[in-house]
Design a protein around this ligand. Structure first.
Ligand code: ATP
Ligand code: MG
Length: 192
């Protein structure tokens, strides 16, 4: 049985699909067989995957019986019942937080409420994306995110910078290795 990691956040454009693609690629490069599941009706991940095929034998789009990890991409979700449905099918939830900035952080209590109601997925952590270290309020919202993580009993992963190479889905020198190592530890070394 594959472990399912669902990537979600109530807002759009926070870096979900990029995270699914890059994390999947990094885990596949480490020798794990990974299935990327596109649950966004907009099918943006599918289009990107077809246009920029990662070219890794162990990274497939769609269900795959030999995958040990399923990474699920979702649409921006404001419907609680649907979000809870996703979470009930997941072992782990990973939450990309763009910025961090006000809009991405302030939506998190809603997501935490869904997680509690779902009583299924465990929260792997918050992943700051498109981080601009020189922007003053990014630092402030990162601190806020750390506080929220501490009260929730989860972690904040090292921020993924705001990088043009990620927007063009280039795998060289992408910054997802640290996240992959953490995911590998939890998902592979100690599957649910
Ligand atoms: N770390 C990053 N640095 C620079 N650009 C990024 C980064 N991560 C994502 N992007 C870009 O930001 C935009 C939104 O990212 P992405 O599509 O991954 O988010 P999403 O949450 O899946 O959005 P949607 O709501 O459309 O599904 C895209 O143009 C993507 O290329
Ligand atoms: Mg997306």
């Amino acid at each position: 049985m594959a472990t399912t990691l669902t990537v979600l956040h109530p807002k759009g454009g926070v870096g979900r699909s990029t995270t699914v693609y890059m994390l999947g690629a990094e885990l596949a490069l480490r020798g794990h067989r990974v299935a990327l599941i596109d649950r966004d009706q907009g099918r943006h991940l599918t289009r990107v995957f077809d246009f920029y095929p990662p070219g890794l034998d162990d990274l497939v789009l769609g269900e795959d019986p030999s995958a040990i990890i399923r990474i699920v991409d979702t649409a921006p979700e404001v419907n609680g019942d649907r979000a809870i449905g996703y979470l009930q099918e997941a072992n782990w939830a990973l939450v990309p937080v763009k910025g961090p900035e006000a809009g991405s952080v302030l939506a998190l209590p809603l997501l935490l409420d869904w997680l509690e109601q779902a009583r299924g997925a465990r929260l792997l952590g918050f992943l700051p994306t498109m981080y601009k270290s020189r922007r003053g309020d990014s630092r402030q919202w990162l601190d806020e995110l750390e506080r929220l993580a501490a009260t929730t009993g989860t972690r904040v992963f090292s921020p993924i910078g705001d990088l043009a190479s990620l927007a063009t889905f280039r795998l060289e020198a992408h910054p997802y290795a640290a996240l992959a190592a953490a995911v590998e530890e939890v998902l592979v070394a100690a599957p649910v």
